[in-house]
Design a binder for this molecule. Structure first.
Ligand code: GTP
Ligand code: MG
Length: 602
């Protein structure tokens, strides 16, 4: 089994992971050269349109060296912080990680975050510096930064260009020599234990689980048993990733592959499940210990999703459960206060995540949706001392019985260089960050640490940070505690009709300004009508801001907001503008994405 190498490629967003994966596909002839399109593994339409990886992508490669054949199981991972749960799960399926750093950007926040996760998992790290072909590459500097962080010699950092294919063979040599093969041949004779690290639904084959086989083996058609959910089933197929599903006779210890479980009851399969064979289970029962699985991710942002047509409720329910199979970081539950008929409260790891899920629901399941404004989770202490958790503005209690309001805070880390320190500190202060601490990482690299309200950073903070620093700043955050703040509910009216889905919870001190900004944004995302439309914001029964959309003129195209988290302007420009579906809300047609866009740029 020495000839197998399982590894992930990890990095900050855009540092070139998927481009490097292309070179691996090419050099190993997994995909013929003339068939490779850039970022080949990014197969979802959404990934291609946005130029970012959203899902992890496993692929099995075979490589020959000095007459010896190796199986290289690669998993490409996303770099954006909203998809870090994908990275963490991929790490548990491999022995090594290629840590990629863009030579023009240096070490960034997710470089460190992903590296630390990989180190905790005990993986062998291969440090690699990418994009050395670019004239602005700061190869020596960046190498020093990496050496510093890893406490290794700078000479150990391999220089490559994923785009130009420079030094890819050297990287493969390092992967083969440095990353250990999976545990010994003895594991093969043990009862089957495999870890489910991803899954998807197939209407013929049932739930398809992506597994790392740790011990034993499983043959095509054999009966399986899930140790946690206690479900059994006869598998419909086993195989590996080519990167498409490639059926095999069996998959065995040390390998990464899939099992088409034949199970149709989606809720019975969870990420992190341990699968064995029914035969082994009958023989050994409780002696087969479940693997430790995964920690559930904690959602940061919540919004409520309703089907536009109430008859689509069951469709939405089944869509969410199928999507959850393929996106383990998605949280959803039935909305307890069904204001627009029945809907679901959904939790996400960030606004980009929310946007992707809404878009996938529309595209993959063809459901038209009405969504509420996104919120963080607030807490309200009532006059009777009871505490209420507020997931959406619908839950906001009557102001007369509110005694105290609290909001979640996060520990924020911003990585940048000295040049931008004062501007970034200023931004952090404006957004309510306190006690900014600065640590030097050497080579002009700094980390700023602060505590800041979560709601301040899920909107446009990241984009502001990027523009202040000309792209040379990145961030990461973790939930800390709740802090006191005076909050109010702002209602919005369109043509004098209150639109509950637009209502927002805002800090009292900022409510008026933010509500006004939101109306201005709303004005740009609501398509013009044949009549003029009044937009108003109201707090405690008092109108505090007003905007008017004048009536329709022929040549007007409402400007759309690209949701540009990716900084891939070119790609976004290519996106077909104006194709967004319009949502019906009262008599006015509003693009569903408008809420997210307007919220983000408020
Ligand atoms: N010049 C140059 N450009 C590169 C190189 N590697 C990647 N790129 C470019 O960098 C951009 C990002 O590349 P991707 O491969 O999508 O980056 P990624 O790390 O997979 O991004 P995410 O999956 O979204 O985190 C693309 O425009 C690539 O063409 C390189 O070696 N040289
Ligand atoms: Mg990628």
């Amino acid at each position: 089994m020495k000839d197998i190498r399982n590894f992930v490629i990890i990095s900050h967003i855009d540092h070139g992971k998927s481009t490097l994966a292309d070179r691996f596909l090419e050099i190993t002839n997994t995909i013929p050269r003339n068939k490779i399109r850039p970022q080949y593994l990014d197969m979802m339409d959404l990934e291609r349109e946005r130029g970012i990886t959203i899902k992890m992508h496993p692929c099995r490669l075979s490589y020959k060296k000095h007459g010896q054949e190796y199986i290289l199981n690669l998993i490409d991972t996303p770099g954006h912080i909203d998809f870090s749960y994908e990275v963490s799960r991929a790490l548990a399926a491999v022995e090594g990680a290629v840590l990629l750093v863009d030579a023009t950007q240096g070490i960034q926040a997710q470089t460190i975050f992903n590296l630390e996760m990989a180190q905790k998992q005990g993986l062998v790290i291969i440090p690699v510096i990418n994009k050395i072909d670019l004239p602005q590459a700061q190869t020596t500097e960046t190498k020093k930064q990496i050496a510093n962080v890893l406490k290794r010699d700078a000479n150990e950092v391999l220089e490559i260009s994923a785009k130009k294919g420079i030094n890819i063979d050297k990287l493969i040599d390092l992967i083969i020599t440095k990353i250990p093969g999976p545990d010994g041949i003895n594991e093969l004779n043990k009862p089957l234990r495999c870890l489910v690290f991803d899954s998807k639904y197939d209407s013929f084959k049932g739930v398809i689980v992506y597994v790392r086989v740790l011990e034993g083996k499983i043959e095509n058609g054999e009966e399986i048993y899930c140790l946690t959910s206690k479900v059994k089933s006869k598998n419909k197929q086993v195989g590996t990733f080519s990167p498409e599903l490639m059926p095999a006779k069996e998959i065995k210890a040390g390998e990464i592959g899939y099992i088409a479980t034949g199970i149709k009851e989606i809720e019975k399969i969870r990420i992190g499940e341990t699968i064995t064979t029914l035969r082994d289970f009958k023989l050994l029962g409780q002696k087969i210990m479940p693997l430790s699985g995964y920690k559930e991710p904690k959602p940061f942002v919540f919004l409520t999703v309703y089907p536009e047509k109430s008859k689509d409720f069951d469709l939405l329910k089944s869509a969410l459960s199928q999507l959850k199979l393929n996106d383990a970081s998605l949280f959803y539950q039935l909305e307890k206060k069904p204001i627009f008929g029945r809907g679901f409260l959904c939790g996400f790891l960030g606004l980009l995540h929310a946007e992707i899920v809404i878009e996938r629901l529309k595209r993959e399941f063809k459901i038209e949706l009405v969504i509420s404004a996104p919120n963080v989770v607030y807490k309200v202490i009532l006059t009777n001392k009871k505490e209420e958790i507020v997931y959406s503005s619908f839950d906001w209690p009557d102001p007369a019985i509110i005694s105290e309001t609290l909001e979640p805070k996060v520990f924020l880390e911003v990585m940048t260089s000295l040049k931008y320190l004062s501007r970034i500190s200023e931004l952090i202060k404006q957004r309510g960050g306190t006690a900014i601490e600065t640590t030097s990482l050497g080579q002009d690299r700094l980390i700023l640490r602060t505590e800041i309200p979560l709601r301040e950073i899920i909107t446009d903070f990241y984009e502001k940070l990027k523009s202040l620093s000309q792209g040379f700043a990145s961030m990461n955050y973790q939930l800390s505690e709740y802090g006191r703040i005076d909050l109010v509910k702002v209602n919005f009216l369109i043509n004098n009709k209150e639109e509950m889905s637009l209502a927002m919870i805002l800090p009292k001190a900022k409510a008026e300004r933010e509500a006004r900004n939101f109306l201005i944004k709303l004005k740009t995302v609501i398509p013009r009508q044949i009549f003029s439309v009044a937009l108003q914001a109201k707090i405690d029964g008092k109108i505090i801001a007003r905007e008017t959309i004048s009536s329709f003129r022929r040549d007007v195209i409402a400007p759309l907001y690209g949701g540009d988290y990716t900084r891939k302007r070119k790609l976004l420009e290519k996106q077909k503008k104006g194709k967004m579906k319009k949502k019906s809300l009262g008599q006015i047609r509003i693009p569903a994405k408008a809420f997210l866009d307007a919220m983000r740029t408020t």
